[in-house]
Design a protein around this ligand. Structure first.
Ligand code: HEM
Length: 414
């Protein structure tokens, strides 16, 4: 079995990392044919992503789900890409993201308040937080949010390298398309949807109606599936290595960065050589060459990261390629980092002990890597317990000696 077949096999999808290590031993760029290459080295992947001569491959598919993605910024080449990027960047600004912090803190606290002692983290937290935040940002009403998880999951199956996507991806594309078409027309809509509609109407670099729709759906889908996976992958690492908890508390940002490197939610992207004379990692690539870029492998390149298979939040100069690089670098990277940093800060503060309840299950995907279920058991820090439960074990044994926590003591008039 060759490396690609091995990566796409069920065991390869479940654990691609030994295959990545094997690939690094063979070199940074591995020819598959004369015009197809697997790019695995950090420097080579970075070089390709930053070189405008490499573009997004056109997909001749007439599958509706892929056609929809094809019209979005993610799959656009110059000059369309620059036009879309500057329009979306006008409304999806760092200021707008930073302003979301209080809403993110509240959403995290609300979700943590509602967690029972034994729970599936993916279902009750990792999915809920990003969907709440992105819907808040876009202006999608709370009542609509729950239906998006299966739809996004069905739609992103179309991004896998295999032919696994099917009618369910097309049905999801259709349903999301109908939903956003209606939201665009809704005069009471606010948030990014209405800001984007207004920017489109005012500016010179307008988006067509179809592009507007495709980009809104992309923002929704890109905005939560990947972040859900970042939260799940991070917690799974913490369950495996609970002694990392002090490191999370002292520098949650560094922990999140190392999660991105070690178990990236997006493992793969693709490019095509669009101009003459291109090369990467010293290998020449004729016009039309197809490139598979293994972001997850680049993040484990021993030439860039010492001991790449060790999880080490104290790494210096940790700059994983998990959000890509160059013209298409992820527009939501600061939002995803902010959500994960707030989430891990509050989680570890509130729950001194988080342990596995039963075996987690991975989603059977290579490109978007995450968990389907992550059952955990939580032990709450006493400071966050309801007042009646904030007793020491000694006080619990001798209730008569417990301090009176009723309102009477708190009333300064007494
Ligand atoms: C952990 C979370 C996330 C990861 C790992 C991630 C990863 C990526 C990657 C790798 C790309 C570039 C793909 C390429 O060059 O082929 C990308 C692009 C993009 N991401 Fe993210 N993303 C995340 C979260 C988000 C969020 C929260 C949003 C929006 C709210 C978002 C919106 C986008 C958009 C719009 C693009 C296309 C940019 C362009 O083509 O110019 N992403 N993302």
């Amino acid at each position: 079995m060759n490396l690609i077949e091995s990566l796409l096999s069920p065991t390869g999808r479940a654990d691609p990392f030994p295959r990545y290590a094997e690939a690094h031993r063979l070199g940074p760029v591995l020819p598959i044919t004369d015009t197809a290459f697997l790019v695995v080295g950090y420097a080579a992947v970075n070089e390709v992503l930053r070189n405008p001569g490499f573009g997004i491959p056109a997909d001749p598919s007439s599958q509706p789900s892929l056609e929809l993605m094809q019209r979005s910024i993610l799959r656009a080449n110059p000059p369309d890409h620059g036009r879309m990027r500057s329009l979306i960047s006008q409304v999806f600004t760092p200021r707008r993201v930073a302003a979301l912090q209080p809403a993110i803190e509240t959403a995290v606290d609300d979700l943590l308040d509602g967690l029972p002692a034994e729970v599936d983290f993916m279902d009750r937290f990792a999915f809920q937080l990003p969907v709440t935040v992105i819907c808040e940002l876009l202006g999608v009403p709370a009542s609509e949010r729950q239906r998006f998880r299966p739809l996004a999951s069905d739609l992103t199956a179309a991004l896998e390298l295999t032919d696994a996507s099917d009618a369910s991806a097309d049905a999801a594309a259709q349903e999301l398309g109908q939903y956003f078409a209606q939201l665009i027309r809704d005069p009471s809509a606010d948030g990014l949807v209405s800001a984007l509609v207004a920017a489109c109407d005012a500016g010179d670099g307008r988006l067509s109606d179809e592009e507007l729709l495709a980009n809104l759906i992309l923002l929704l889908v890109a905005g939560f599936e990947t972040t859900t996976d970042l939260l799940g992958n991070g917690l799974a690492i913490l369950l495996d290595q609970p002694d990392l908890t002090p490191a999370v508390r002292s520098d949650p940002g560094a922990f999140v960065e190392e999660v991105l490197r070690y178990d990236s939610p997006v493992q793969v992207t693709t490019r095509v050589a669009r101009t003459e004379g291109l090369s990467a990692g010293g290998v020449s690539m004729p016009v039309g060459s197809d490139l598979i870029l293994l972001l997850g492998a680049a993040n484990r390149d021993p030439a860039r990261f010492p001991e790449p298979d060790q999880f080490d939040p104290a790494r210096t100069g940790n700059k994983p390629l998990s959000f890509g690089a160059g013209a298409h670098i992820c527009l939501g990277n600061s939002l995803a980092r902010l959500e994960a940093t707030v989430a891990f800060t509050h989680l570890t503060e509130r729950f001194p002990s988080i342990t596995p309840a039963s075996r987690p299950t991975r989603r059977d995907r290579l490109v978007l890597r995450g968990y389907q279920t992550l059952p955990i058991q939580l032990q709450l820090d006493r400071r966050y317990a309801p007042v009646a439960d904030r007793r020491t074990p000694e006080q619990a044994r001798n209730p008569s000696r417990s301090p009176d926590t009723s309102c009477r003591d708190a009333d300064p008039r007494r």
